[in-house]
Design a protein around this ligand. Structure first.
Ligand SMILES: Cc1cc2nc3c(=O)[nH]c(=O)nc-3n(C[C@H](O)[C@H](O)[C@H](O)COP(=O)(O)OP(=O)(O)OC[C@H]3O[C@@H](n4cnc5c(N)ncnc54)[C@H](O)[C@@H]3O)c2cc1C
Length: 452
């Protein structure tokens, strides 16, 4: 393979996939990398409240290494965890002037507050049991506290913070506990996602990666050159200019099927529902109850239950408490060829109903607390929830890195390393899972928005 590091690389999309790829390209010595994005993400602080629409532009996302039999993601998550913690450390030691605007020294990108994965059936799901087996092999089983296991309970009770999180619905060993089956995973937690994107954009810029944001960064089409046997992509066209390149990496999330229609049979844009509450500053009781010091990420994952797919993240320092629902996801098939993201300022009635019922049953103290925002956030789902990272067949110079499938954010620190390896034609533990797919099963839990 020729030395690619001198090639002109254009990355389209400055979300998790694009930023991570650009960063790892620069770490490997690539000197001519330009990232284009159609939104003004850094000036909006990658914040949905300031208008950012990308899946990556969110307050927080779950960090977990619990992946059942998909051990390749377990390994990637633990590999990424090390870098998240190094970044926490680096940020805490930085002079405020050396941090990107919007990020403060006390911000921890990764907070290992734990994740309580609940089951409402009498036993742990097969997925959870596989996770525990694979954690055993990874040496992290001792950091998992099953609600049903007296030994695990004893360990959790050794530390007051873990005891509080273990008993977030009451002590599971007592009859009055509202949740009795599940696992508190103390190697999990959440990442401050908008801040993480600001940080990685900052690292990329320092490393010499060029960025073009807003209308000037919005790619309209590819520049092509036809050879005898193959279409060659030789750059991209934005509203303002042309960007010639040797390689175009498309990392446009839910918009990928619109820019590269060949991905449409396997990449599907589907929306999850987010409802965020604003805990009032004078409600010390609620701020304490939902603080990550006492409250873990909570998710309901038992099949067949209506609440399946609901999750809650601990409140932020601004007092924002986010509920997400992905048990049913939504498409927008106004254009028949591919589901296309739209951004109403509300969520389907089903999602509101499930959140309200959960508050009624588990968190009556939240009744009457104001909703800060309701919105849809767009996943890019791939078959088997696998990422799609490969060259587009039939085209030279065109590569896609997408299909985060609802779990890409946590891998941001290390994801790009393997994307670059695959670009360079190297074998990695991921090629077999992330390779190009011609079609494949779509998620089964879909409703189109017009029917919701
Ligand atoms: C509701 C929801 C909850 C999630 N929760 C978690 C979680 O808890 N944990 C976890 O690990 N992961 C989670 N994920 C998954 C994670 O957010 C995604 O895998 C990841 O953010 C996808 O990043 P991306 O770069 O592919 O896409 P995006 O972040 O969407 O970035 C794509 C970028 O491409 C740009 N773009 C699009 N078209 C063009 C164009 N023509 N020209 C220029 N730019 C363009 C867009 O402006 C956008 O900025 C969740 C996702 C959703 C939707």
């Amino acid at each position: 393979m020729p030395d690619l590091t001198k090639s002109r690389v254009v990355v389209v999309g400055a979300g998790v996939f694009g930023l991570s790829t650009a960063w790892h390209l620069s770490k490997k010595g690539y000197t001519d990398v330009t990232v284009l994005d159609g939104q003004d993400l850094p000036s909006q602080h990658y914040s949905p409240d300031e208008g950012s629409k990308s899946a990556s532009a969110d307050i927080n996302k779950v960090f977990r290494a619990s992946y059942g039999e998909q051990v390749h993601y377990q390994q990637l998550a633990y590999e990424s965890q090390k870098v998240w913690l190094e970044w926490n450390d680096e940020i805490s030691r930085s002079a405020p002037a050396d941090l990107p605007e919007g990020l403060a020294r006390e911000d921890k990108l990764l907070d290992l507050c734990g994740m309580l994965r609940l089951s409402a059936t009498g036993d742990l799901s097969a997925h959870e049991q596989a996770t525990l087996r694979n954690f055993e092999a990874a040496g992290t089983r001792a950091q998992q506290f099953s609600l049903q296991d007296p030994e695990d309970r004893k360990h959790a009770f050794e530390d007051p913070a873990w005891k509080a999180r273990y008993c977030v619905f009451g002590d599971p060993a007592t009859p009055e506990a509202k949740a009795k089956v599940g696992v508190l995973d103390s190697t999990a937690g959440f990442v401050l996602m908008g801040n993480a994107c600001l940080w990685l954009h900052h690292l990329c810029s320092k490393a010499g990666v060029k960025f073009v944001f807003g209308e000037e960064g919005k790619v309209k089409r590819f520049l092509t050159a036809k050879t005898a046997s193959i279409q060659k992509i030789v750059g991209v066209h934005t509203a303002a200019s042309e960007h010639p390149s040797d390689l175009v990496i498309v990392a446009t999330g839910a918009f990928t099927p619109l820019l590269v229609p060949q991905t449409a049979p396997s990449a599907t844009a589907t929306a999850g529902s987010l409802i965020t509450f604003q805990l009032p500053a004078d409600r010390a009781d609620l701020l304490d109850r939902f603080s990550p010091k006492r409250f873990p990420v909570v998710s309901w994952g038992s099949n067949g239950l209506q609440r399946n797919g609901l999750y809650i993240l601990p409140r932020t320092k601004e007092g924002l408490l986010k509920f997400g629902f992905r048990g049913t996801k939504f498409t927008n098939l106004e254009q028949p060829d591919a589901s296309t993201p739209i951004y109403p300022e509300s969520v389907p009635a089903l999602a509101s109903k499930i959140v309200n019922e959960t508050i009624e049953e588990f968190f009556p103290e939240l009744k009457g607390i104001p909703v800060q925002s309701t919105r849809m956030c767009w996943y890019t789902d791939g078959p088997g929830d696998e990422f799609l990272v490969d060259y587009v067949p039939g085209y030279a110079g065109l590569f896609v890195a997408t299909c985060g499938s609802g779990h890409g954010a946590k891998h941001m620190p290390m994801l790009g390393k393997y994307i670059v390896e695959i670009i360079e034609g190297n074998e990695t533990p991921f090629n077999q899972f992330w390779k190009w797919k011609e079609g494949g099963a779509r998620p089964s839990n879909l409703i189109d928005l017009k029917d919701a």
